[in-house]
Write a protein that binds this ligand. Structure first.
Ligand code: FES
Length: 107
């Protein structure tokens, strides 16, 4: 079962184990990770599930899609090269142990 290490803006880290196929956004919602708002429920239309993905494993997720790319330009916190929308990140054994940084704000 792949693990995600969520790192909150204050440095607090929480490990969450998920079934393969679970999105990072859904994992955050199910485990009470604050700071991932996910207003649209994963429909890739709100940009309030913005996260920063550990560079080491960044390439193991599906690449940024065109809708996601447009939305990433509207995030509340700065877009960085490792910015992603967490509803578009599907966990698998390939991404086991990934560190996901939660930005300071989503609005
Ligand atoms: S939950 Fe709305 S874009 Fe990801």
């Amino acid at each position: 079962m792949p693990s995600i290490f969520f790192v909150e803006p204050d440095g607090t880290e929480q490990q969450v184990d998920v079934e393969p196929g679970t999105s990072v956004m859904m994992a955050a919602q199910q485990h009470g990770i604050e700071g991932i708002v996910a207003d649209c429920g994963g429909a890739c239309s709100c940009a309030t599930c913005h996260v920063y993905v550990e560079e080491r494993l960044q390439g193991r997720f599906a690449p940024v899609g065109s809708f996601e790319d447009e939305l990433l330009d509207t995030t509340a916190c700065e877009r960085l090269p490792n910015s992603r929308l967490s509803c578009q990140l599907t966990m698998s054994d390939e991404t086991d142990g990934v560190r996901i940084e939660v930005p300071e704000s989503q609005m």
